[in-house]
Design a protein around this ligand. Structure first.
Ligand SMILES: [Zn+2]
Length: 403
């Protein structure tokens, strides 16, 4: 049962207006905040103006001038801090001719808003800003603080976004909701990653005299086939109640010298996504064991398997909130109240939630949009989804902060 009353919920929901939602989302899409270079200044300024006009206290944290981060707060402060977080930078639009709708106009067509960032992640920024404003406008008594952080630098995993807010912003949120495309489902965790580089070494020779050399590309072929036969099926069997199975895929390959030279080097990159309980170091060793066995099929070839992450490998492990944590429960109550999906899930992609965890703040992932429309041409989000997200976020905040 929700703690909030029907009367309080009605007052908050009554402050969410579709016209304002669409207008804010369009304005944000119209700022081409492509990363790199990741200049989000105009988008941050707009959010700041909108929130200040509603009585929010705002400040900017920036370690790079063109990558400011907004922190906006409302409430008496004598209680928990509920922090919304979403990013304003976007990936490049790619080939422009492949877009039916121009990427930086925010065209509305048949109930959808189109544009780069429509879903990832400006729909979440919009829903969060509007939800926080609705709570403020409603004048329902609250304790604590509702905080909106609209950040830079997420798409390149850079240090100037959420990381900078946590390092320099002096924020201590009790409950964090990171906005990404979960289709308004409650993601209690997110997968970890332990990508690695595999390099085979051989010996060059004239292409006409292959027996004089050791073919590093053919050695890599043995390894790829062995990984597909032995490791991938094992990963598929590693399951978790909230997560998609563990997974890996070979996403980059390079090798060879010239068309008529036996190659002495080949390398691949393995994108490996981990569920809770999987250890980064152990999962790289799994690849190494198979690679070292398989490379023996090409006599003379050797293989190295390298962890390319420079930091502490524990930073990359999957993250998971207790399913009964208050912010999870608040989102469940909000979705239930609105007749939306209350089944818990987990997010397969990486988010800024990882940074909050690293600083000891538990973060769930929740937001409008389908992750399959992110980063593609004609990216879109349904207006109804953004409206639902704004409603659910406002009720979740009410549940956590209401008197
Ligand atoms: Zn995103």
């Amino acid at each position: 049962m929700a703690r909030f009353s029907d009367e309080a919920a009605g007052r908050v929901l009554g402050e969410i207006h579709q016209r304002e939602v669409v207008e804010l989302l369009q304005r944000l899409i119209q700022v081409p905040s492509v990363n790199p270079p990741g200049d989000v200044r105009l988008a941050v300024e707009h959010c700041q103006r909108v929130l200040e006009a509603e009585g929010f206290r705002t400040r900017i944290v920036a370690i790079e001038e063109h990558k400011p981060n907004l922190i906006a707060e409302f409430g008496p402060g004598d209680g928990p801090v509920v922090c919304f977080n979403a990013h304003l930078d976007v990936v490049p639009p790619g080939e422009l001719s492949a877009w039916k709708f121009p990427p930086f106009e925010g065209v509305v067509h048949e109930g959808r808003v189109y544009g780069r960032g429509a879903g990832d992640d400006k729909a979440s920024v919009t829903a969060q800003v509007i939800a926080a404003i609705a709570l403020a406008r409603s004048e329902v008594p609250i304790r604590g603080t509702i905080m909106v952080t609209a950040v830079a630098d997420e798409e390149i995993g850079g240090p100037a976004g959420t990381r900078a807010v946590l390092e320099h912003g002096g924020i201590k949120p009790d409950y964090v909701i990171v906005g990404e495309q979960t289709m308004n489902r409650i993601a209690v965790g997110e997968k970890g990653f332990s990508g690695c580089k595999v390099v085979t070494h051989g010996k060059t020779a004239h292409g006409a005299l292959p027996w004089e050399g050791v073919n590093a590309v053919e050695a890599m072929a043995e390894i790829i086939v062995a990984l597909r036969r032995e490791l991938w099926p094992k990963l598929k069997d590693r399951t978790h109640p909230y997560f998609q199975p563990s997974a890996a895929t070979v996403n980059l390959i390079s090798g060879g010298v010239k068309a008529n030279v036996v190659p002495d080097r080949c390398e691949i990159y393995i994108d490996r996504r981990a569920i809770p309980g999987e250890d980064v170091v152990a999962s790289i060793q799994e690849v190494r064991d198979i690679a070292e066995q398989a490379v023996q099929n090409v006599p003379g070839a050797t293989v190295e398997v390298l962890n390319i992450w420079p930091g502490d490998p524990r930073d990359l492990e999957a993250i998971m909130n207790p399913p009964d944590a208050p912010h999870v429960a608040a989102l469940v109550e909000a979705n239930r109240y609105l007749d939306m999906n209350t089944d818990l899930t987990a997010f397969s992609m990486g988010t800024d939630g990882r940074h909050f965890f690293a600083f000891g703040h538990k973060a769930v992932v929740y937001g409008p949009g389908d992750p399959r429309t992110a980063h593609i041409q004609d990216e879109w989000v349904g207006i109804d989804e953004v409206m639902e997200a704004a409603r659910a976020l406002s009720l979740a905040a009410l549940e956590l902060l209401g008197e």
